[in-house]
Every structure is written in C-alpha cells, then in structure tokens.
Design a protein. Structure first.
Length: 293
C-alpha cells in the first residue's frame, strides 16, 4: 500500500458501494480531520441512530469512526513529517489541534519518536547490495543496527528508488564502498536459502514502523518454516482478535522480504491473500519451504 491509497481501502480491504451511507461518512471524516466526532452528529448525516452508525461503520470498514479518524490523522502526520514539516506544523496540519494530543498517542502509534521518524534516515549510512536469485532480483540494505530493507524488484534502479523513498535523507552506499563488511555475506547466505533451500540466515534486523506494525513483524518471526497461519490467527496470537485488517495491512507494509516471513500468512479460507512482491513468489516460497521439510 502507498500513501496515495484512500484510508477507506486501507481500513477495509474491500470495495464499498460508492453511494453507501458509510462511504459518505468516511468521506466526511476525511474532509474534516480536525473535527470532534460525535456519533449523534454522524447519524444525522445519514439518517441513522448513533448506535447503528457505530455498528454499521465498523462492519463496513473494520474500525470505528474514531479509529478511522485516528488512522487518517496518523497518515497525514507521517506524510507531513516526510515532506519536511516541523513536528509542530505536522501535528496541526494533520488535524490534531494540539501538540499534547499526538504526543499522548506517540507511544501507542509510533515505533520511534515523531522527530526521528521525520528525519527519514538523516545522518545514517545505509549500505545496499543487489543479487539475482531464483526468485528474481533482490536488494538488501543495512544500517549499523542490522538489515532495514530486503525487497524484490524488476531492476536495480527501481530498487534504489524504493530504498530512497523509505530513507530519503540517509546516505546510501553500495556495499562495495566498504561500509558493511557483513552485507555481502548476508546476501550470499540469503541467496543460498532462496536458490538452494539452505537454512534461512539469522541476521540482525533494524525493524522500523509503528508500534503495532513492529508487534506484527516480530510475531511473524515466530512462525516457523513450513508453518502457515491465517491473518485471523495472527491477530489472535497478537492479543488483538478484532484487528485482522490491521494485521493484513502491517504484513503489506513489511519492507524486509523473507527474513520477516509474511509469506506464511494466508486468508482464513486457505487462499494466498496478498503479497507485496507478487503472489507467484509467495506460492513458490511456500512450496519450497514445504518441500524442504
């Protein structure tokens, strides 16, 4: 998913009727991010009771109107930070109305302080390398803390551009520049895993995301090779049984392919669901792991 996607799609993962009352409410919230939400007022807009609005909205999008507004503000806040706004300007631009409101939620919503998120890798050196594998071209990048990026792509240029979008203010260096003595060895070990079904390399990871995302990604690390789980089961293990769509969204935002094994998560009916790097790769990874048991 990208920031250009509507929060409606991110929250629901489904197509809602374009003229449905809940879509009308979602658009109203999107157009008034700084408004104080009252269920009674929302109900008046669509001719429903407050109780019915709460229930119908959650059935349609998987979250309450308040949670929808919170997600929208967080998205706008991150976008403003990445655009170079000061933290204070980003807070008001996102519709929070006060500095204390976002800092009161920072520990719950962010895996890092807002000021650090805004820096976009500023002051960091990130070494990267590309290698052709049996699953296609793979780029791995690392900070001094560990692997922060491992993605498949169609070309080295496209992967470099993707890395720059993730860390726009970092200094990016090819591994041959000598900034990482371990990266080439990690890439070779991962290539052996992908191409020859050798053991997955145990490498340090620099995991960056919201608090919820990092909880999902760390839980994924406990899903063993050859095991598959559903998004529903993953949400249950996380202690958030109603957060199935949010879990799926976090899997879609994983930027460390294979090493954080989101390919092992399926829909409840056993179908593949989504995969950031293509369903063909997801199925091949699962088949390879199953054959290696």
């Amino acid at each position: 998913m990208t920031d250009s996607h509507s929060p409606t799609r991110e929250a629901s993962g489904t197509q809602a009727s374009a003229d449905g009352p809940m879509v009308t409410l979602a658009r109203h919230i999107e157009e008034n991010p700084d408004a104080t939400l009252k269920l009674a007022d929302l109900g008046e807009l669509v001719g429903m009771s407050a109780t019915r609005v709460q229930k119908a909205f959650k059935e349609t999008f998987g979250v309450t109107p308040k949670a929808y507004q919170d997600a929208l503000r967080q998205k706008n806040f991150r976008r403003a930070l990445r655009a170079g706004r000061t933290v204070t300007d980003a807070i008001y631009e996102a519709g929070y109305g006060s500095v204390s409101r976002v800092y009161g939620e920072a520990g719950r919503q962010f895996g890092m302080p807002p000021s650090r998120y805004r820096k976009g890798g500023e002051g960091e050196v990130i070494a990267f390398a590309c290698r052709q594998t049996s699953f296609g071209l793979l780029m791995m990048a690392t900070t001094d803390k560990g692997v922060c990026f491992a993605e498949f792509g169609d070309s080295e240029l496209a992967l470099i551009e993707r890395l720059q979008r993730e860390f726009p203010k970092a200094r990016l260096l090819p591994s041959g520049a000598g900034e990482s003595s371990d990266l080439d060895a990690w890439m070779a070990a991962l290539d052996e895993h992908l191409s020859r079904n050798r053991p997955r390399p145990e490498v340090p990871l620099d995991i960056r995301g919201t608090v919820f995302q990092t909880r999902v990604w760390k839980l994924l690390l406990s899903v063993r090779e050859g095991e598959v789980v559903s998004y529903t089961e993953l949400a249950r293990r996380l202690g958030e049984p109603k957060a199935v769509r949010a879990v799926a969204s976090a899997c879609g935002r994983n930027r460390i392919a294979v090493l954080i094994p989101c390919h092992r998560v399926l829909r409840s009916d056993g179908s593949l669901g989504g995969y950031r790097w293509g369903l063909d790769r997801k199925q091949r990874l699962l088949d390879q792991e199953s054959a290696g048991l």
